[in-house]
Design a protein around this ligand. Sequence first.
Ligand code: MG
Length: 156
Amino acid sequence: MRVGFGYDIHRLVPGRRLMLGGFQVPSEYGEDGHSDGDTLIHALVDALLGALALGDIGSFFPPSDPLYKDINSAVLLKEAVRFIQEKRAKLVNVDSTVILEQPKIGPYREKIRESLAALLEIEAFRVSVKAKTKEGADATGRGEAVEAYVVVLLED
Ligand code: MG
C-alpha cells in the first residue's frame, strides 16, 4: 500500500470558470491560473504522483511550458492515471477536502464525485469529496482563493 498527499490553492477572479474535479461549478468567480486552475484536480495529481514518488505536478507539467496554457486539467489527471497503470498499481480510494467560501459546493458534490470517478476510471464509492469554509478567516475565508487537500491510497 502507498499513501499520497496533495495540496493546491488558486486565486479566485471574476470572469474565469470555477472548475472542481473536472466539473464546472456555477459561479461569478473562477480560478486564476496558467491552466484552467482546477484546484481539486491539481491536488489530486500531486497526491497520485506523491504516492508513486514521481515528483510533483510542476515538474511533470511545467507552468512555463506554453503547451499547458489554459489546458483542461482533466488531461493532466488522465496522464497521472496512465502513470498508475504503467506501474501496475491500483487506486484504492481518494479522500478530498475543498475549502471555498462561495459558492457552497454541497449541491454539486455528487457531480464532482462522478466526474472524478470517471476520469480516474474507478467506482464513485471510492471517491470522497468534502466541503469546508474558513469561517471568514484569512484570504481564502474572504473569498479570495480556493484550496484543496487530497489523500489517495494505492495498492502496488
Ligand atoms: Mg494549481
